[in-house]
Design a protein around this ligand. Sequence first.
Ligand SMILES: O=C[C@H](O)[C@@H](O)CC(=O)C(=O)O
Ligand SMILES: [Zn+2]
Length: 276
Amino acid sequence: MDFMFSADIRSYKNMRNDELREAFVTAPLFTAGEINLTYTDVDRGVVGGIMPTSASIKLPTHKELAADYFCQRREAGVINIGGEGSITVDGETFTMSNQDSLYIAKESKEVEFFSTDAANPAKFYLVSYPAHRVTKTVHVPKSAAHSVDLGSQATSNERTIYQSIRPGIVDSCQLVMGITQLKEGSVWNTKPPHTHFRRTEIYMYFDLPEDEKVFHLMGEPSEVRTLPLDKEVAIASPSWSIHSGVGTTNYTFVWAMGGENQEFDDMDHIKVSALR
Ligand SMILES: O=C[C@H](O)[C@@H](O)CC(=O)C(=O)O
Ligand SMILES: [Zn+2]
């Protein structure tokens, strides 16, 4: 497991891009046949990429979790961004099609990841936060997510938000998670941008063709920084930071939040004209 130590609201203003990356951006998440986990001090989130091929991969624990098994005091959300696969949680198997979600409840002991076809492997993206109560493990196919259409082609931000792990669909402790898919010709996510001091958030861009990038915007609205990101890395957004971006083409991303509340619409919107 990697450890990522974030920068604070004062120090980020004096950091170069490579220093900001070290504080907020993970290494590439997906390696064939491997599990890569990164622990961030931003709300003690753990993010990871799990890409089984012919052999399955088990979710391991780590000394710094101080737990007998990964989910002993944690919940996890998993979204498959690759080929079909499955996840077994304490003996129960869930088939995971592309863009399906699985919520793994606290106290799930054995979690194992499989690809259906090693030649077209699943890519399981995982986000985990500490959890305070035991709920139920739930599979949410993409079609069962709550979808919201936002933006317009005229403002280059026409997109659909699929909220799969959220109150009303999954009873989680703090995790709220889903997918935002930009329409062809649209490039802006989270426009207008926002902050929500009561929650932190993690973005992971994917379905981005070779030689394209998303220019991710972070920082206080009065002091915005830009990090050009490749697909399939995660970027942590502290509570004080905006999290928005513009791509060199359209793309899709997973967002995941943890913190004080689970109300998706509880945001402090910021006018684009106010960004500095
Ligand atoms: O707090 C909510 C999150 O930042 C995202 O879900 C926003 C987003 O995907 C978008 O507007 O494009
Ligand atoms: Zn947000």
